[in-house]
Design a protein around this ligand. Structure first.
Ligand code: AMP
Ligand code: MG
Length: 505
């Protein structure tokens, strides 16, 4: 296997991670292999996973039983606010970062095993992962990627031949996660909580090099020299923070566009790269309601669908707090410099939320009055528990028919009888462009909770991947009606009434 692995995170020093090897599993067997992703990463294995012995080798590598050449695994340290409560000691309790690879475009990617054994960060946990949550992460992240949502992805799922005990025994698995990095808001909080300003500087410098190299060229030459001494100017820190904020706006807005509820937006589950991470208790919204929440442990609905923007703002304020000592020794001065960036962040969300929703109804350049048109549609959807995805695809169909000169019969039309003509008037002058926008921004299929659960149950009961692969084939083209798409478009009969998700352990 030719894979050029670096261990750049481990090289940052001992305060950042624990050197620890994955704990071998009894009987590794390759269940899922994401060949498209492997190619994107430029991982060239001198083998085809169809060949049994080759699949065995992949199972060895992606269970942690055998190390990829050059890999020096670590468990990363981080803290985090969990449901608003600060926990200074989290970290990879069941994950091993094997290293990072550079793709043909020069983008670096972390390769991380999850479910691969304990570390010093495991606390009471067993370091393992059950097959169900591993499959769920694979399906959901593939769906999100195809939907155009920034996300971590899964390269492989390997079953371990060992049971993991939750309320009862479940089959165990190791999932390989790929991310542009696993640096979280909680990583900054870890050093901030310890008053370790030197490590914070190292982390900012590393994060800039890794995620925002364009900031380096903007800096004066003397700052670059200073970087080698692990110094950093306040300007550089502010630019870094601004760059992190700019990644979070498209992230959360794309969640809102497709009806995704993350479910556990703790600061340790918020990456600075703006990639969706941690698919434990996530779910999709069927009937529209801003208060929709499925996670069994989110009793105060902290992470409800409609609160995700304000929670991201809260999380970014926590990140800002960690950067204060790098900006000025006088905290008031530092706060005064960060505050305008947070104010701008709020404004960016507001403006871009309007743009995103406008695009869903075919409007590229929102004008005065469009905000009202959108909020009225949302109010109607909420009042009538209308299916979020279907509302927009039906509106697209209305427009398709109007362009074709035919008339549609849809229950939707009677509910929207007052709203519809106003929208039609608004887009009358640019119907073709509006239609194109709507088709490419409103998915016809999403990974609906009841289908995901049915596929997981079926796959675990039979060990047969046919249903899962059929589902994935549809989810990989969410803006196109394929032969099988209709099978997965229905909203649940009981309207998700008793649906609950759990933190993926
Ligand atoms: P999560 O809920 O996946 O974001 O995890 C929160 C924290 O709990 C992280 O520090 C995880 O590493 C840790 N954790 C979750 N599940 C386990 C487990 N089975 N064994 C050890 N640590 C775990
Ligand atoms: Mg997590």
């Amino acid at each position: 296997m030719t894979i050029n692995l670096s261990n750049s995170y481990r090289d940052l020093g001992e305060s950042f991670s624990q050197n620890i090897l994955p704990d071998p599993v009894a009987q590794p067997s390759l269940l899922l292999w994401n060949e498209a992703l492997a190619q994107t990463l430029g991982l060239t294995f001198d083998l085809t996973p169809n060949n049994e012995s080759d699949a065995d080798l992949l199972a060895q590598y992606f269970s942690g039983n055998r190390l990829i050449e050059g890999s020096k695994p670590v468990a990363q340290a981080y803290s985090g606010h969990q449901f608003g409560q600060f926990n200074p000691q989290l970290g990879d309790g069941r994950a091993h970062l094997l290293g990072d690879v550079e793709d043909a475009q020069g983008q670096r990617w972390d390769i991380q095993l999850k479910g691969s054994g304990v570390s010093q960060f495991s606390r009471q946990g067993d370091g393992r992962c059950a097959l169900g949550p591993a499959l769920r992460e694979y399906i959901m992240s593939e769906a999100m990627f195809a939907l155009g949502v920034p996300t971590t992805r899964c390269l492989a799922v390997v079953t371990t031949g060992q049971s993991v005990y939750r309320e009862r025994p479940f089959a165990g698995a190791v999932v390989t996660r790929i991310a542009t990095s696993h640096i979280r808001v909680g990583t900054f909080q870890y050093f901030s909580a310890r008053g370790d300003t030197d490590s914070l500087k190292t982390l900012v410098n590393y994060s800039i090099e890794r995620h925002f190299p364009e900031l380096l060229s903007e800096l004066a030459a003397d700052t670059l020299i200073a970087t080698e001494d692990n110094e950093i100017s306040s300007e550089e820190v502010l630019n870094f923070f601004s760059a992190v904020l700019s990644k979070q706006v498209p992230l959360v807005l794309s969640w809102l566009r497709v009806g995704f509820i993350h479910g556990v937006m703790n600061t340790d589950n918020t990456t600075i790269s703006g990639e969706t991470i941690d698919y434990g208790p996530c779910a999709m919204m069927n009937a529209y309601h801003a208060e929709t929440v499925f996670s069994s442990i989110d009793r105060n609905s902290r992470y409800a669908f409609g609160k995700q923007i304000s929670i991201m703002q809260w999380n970014m304020t926590r990140l800002a707090e960690t950067l204060l000592p790098l900006i000025d020794s006088d905290e008031d001065v530092a706060v005064a410099q960060l505050q305008p960036l947070l104010a701008q962040f709020h404004q960016d969300f507001e403006e871009n939320y309007l743009r995103m929703m406008a695009v869903k109804i075919g409007i590229d350049e929102p004008e005065q009055g469009d905000g009202k048109l959108i909020s009225e549609l949302i109010a109607i959807m909420q009042k009538n528990s209308m299916d979020y995805t279907k509302t927009f695809t039906s509106l697209t169909d209305v427009l398709t028919d109007s362009l074709n000169g035919s008339l549609v019969e849809m229950p939707l039309l009677s509910i929207l009888s007052e709203w519809l003509p106003r929208w039609q008037t608004r887009i009358a002058a640019f119907k073709i462009a509006a239609h194109e926008l709507m088709v490419s921004n409103n998915p016809v299929v999403i990974p609906r909770n009841h289908h995901v659960e049915a596929i997981l149950a079926n796959t675990q009961a039979t060990g047969d991947l046919t249903a899962l692969n059929q589902f994935l084939a549809v989810l990989r083209q969410p803006y196109t009606r394929l032969d099988n798409t209709e099978k997965y478009q229905d909203s649940p009969a009981n309207g998700d009434e008793n649906y609950h998700t759990f933190c993926g352990t």
